[in-house]
Design a protein around this ligand. Structure first.
Ligand code: AMP
Length: 403
């Protein structure tokens, strides 16, 4: 069974075609700069499989033209990996915000589309392009079921004590202001993989999952269900990120408006685009920050301290929330690749039963792995995330549950 996974942004379409009998990606690709003069389509078939690598630099006017061109490449005799689009059994879509309407992935019908539209105020930058992707995929694949996999769904199991902000209650029941959390597809994927790696079922383990990419978030996962997470109503809350501040005093925006005369748009840009690690040291690529810190750049060193200290505080908080923790799980660009950050986050946590094996932490690998000492009561795992595979698995699960 082949499943096409699509992640549509405002001017891009990321795609992967999976053979779900073997759970392997046949091809990965990205159409970007849609609508610009020089759009780029990069099509990368899996090594050793069918099809050839291709980069196209022709103008692609919009998402409809982009997806049509992607399908032409998928079935191209030279570059393609299948012969006909009818070989695609279903399309799985990443949808950022499902609000409180979706606790799980779902087959897309008119009611689902309406609900995703209703949630646009909660994700004004993401839900509209996601809807566009659904619209064009339904036209191009009229016979293939389409499945929505929501970034918020995994966190819909949070209890009220974790998702309510202590603000007037009407803001929740009238305006749906609450913690939603994001990166749910990644937290769900690594939780599942981590349990399997430990030879257990997801419902038999308690985990703290730590997604450290350009965006960053953590989740407390009890018996396979998310019970708390660090991102909130928006992805700005929680950890220090590449360019986002994460947690701040909520009075900071008033202070900036009153004393520095900043507008709401100025403050929005400041906290989302000019803060985080970049705000602290001028760089947001963690490799560059680490190299600069090693070379003696004090600001970069301090940025790393602030970054890792925030994560450590959340480890403590989620440890307390869970009561018993079986493993910490590091994932995404930084979590998977930075021994320095992992080491700083775990330093001094031995009393909590968290003991890092320094040698294993330094080893480079793309595999799921355990980097804790043999005696560590809490395992420390590195699990490479794969949101597309999770979307493909969810799409397959939903299809199978219909038959
Ligand atoms: P992602 O959003 O998951 O692609 O992660 C992007 C982040 O991972 C960027 O800040 C990169 O600098 C960081 N990253 C990737 N490789 C490494 C590495 N070897 N060491 C430190 N950070 C890395």
């Amino acid at each position: 069974m082949n499943i096409l996974v699509i992640n549509t942004g405002s001017s891009s379409i990321k795609y992967q075609l999976f053979n779900m009998d073997s759970e392997t990606a046949l091809v990965t690709g990205l159409a970007e700069k849609l609508g610009e003069e020089s759009s780029i389509l990069t099509h990368t078939p899996a090594e050793g499989g069918k099809g050839k690598f291709k980069v196209e630099k022709d103008r692609i006017a919009d998402h409809a033209q982009g997806l049509s061109r992607i399908v032409e490449l998928l079935i191209d005799r030279e570059y393609g990996v299948i012969q006909d689009k009818s070989e695609i059994a279903a399309v799985g879509h990443r949808v950022v915000h499902g609000g409180e309407d979706f606790q799980s992935s779902t087959i897309i019908d008119e009611a689902v589309i309406r609900a995703v539209k209703d949630n646009i105020p909660l994700a004004p930058l993401h839900n509209p392009p996601n809807l566009k992707g659904i619209e064009v995929a339904r036209k191009i694949f009229p016979d293939a079921p389409q499945v929505a996999v929501f970034d918020t769904a995994f966190h819909q199991t949070l209890p009220p004590k974790a998702y309510l902000y202590a603000v007037p209650h009407g803001l929740y029941w009238k305006n749906r202001i609450r913690r939603y959390g994001f990166h749910g597809t990644s937290h769900a994927y690594v939780s599942h993989e981590a349990a399997e790696f430990m030879g257990k079922k997801p419902e038999d383990v308690n985990l703290i999952t730590i997604h450290l990419g350009n965006g960053a978030s953590m989740a407390a996962v009890r018996e396979g269900r998310s019970v708390d997470t660090s991102m909130g109503l928006t992805p700005l809350e929680g950890l220090v990120m590449g360019t986002r501040s994460g947690d701040i005093d909520p009075a900071l925006p008033f202070f900036l408006a009153k004393n520095l005369n900043m507008s709401l748009d100025d403050i929005d840009r400041l906290l989302n685009k000019e803060s985080g690690v970049k705000g602290l040291c001028g760089m947001n690529d963690m490799r560059e920050v680490e190299d600069s810190a090693m070379a003696g750049d004090k600001k970069a060193g301090t940025a790393l301290d602030v970054y890792a200290y925030r994560i450590k505080k959340y480890i403590g908080a989620y440890y307390a929330a869970l009561g018993r923790v079986d493993a910490l799980v590091f994932t995404a660009g930084i979590g998977e690749n930075s021994p320095l950050i992992r080491g700083m986050c775990c330093e001094g946590l031995e009393e909590l039963g968290i003991e890092l094996d320094k040698g294993k932490n330094e080893e480079r690998s793309k595999a799921n792995r355990d980097i804790s000492t043999a005696d560590s009561r809490v395992k420390i795992l590195v699990i490479p995330t794969n949101e597309e595979k999770r979307i493909a698995r969810e799409t397959k699960r939903i299809l199978m549950s219909r038959t």
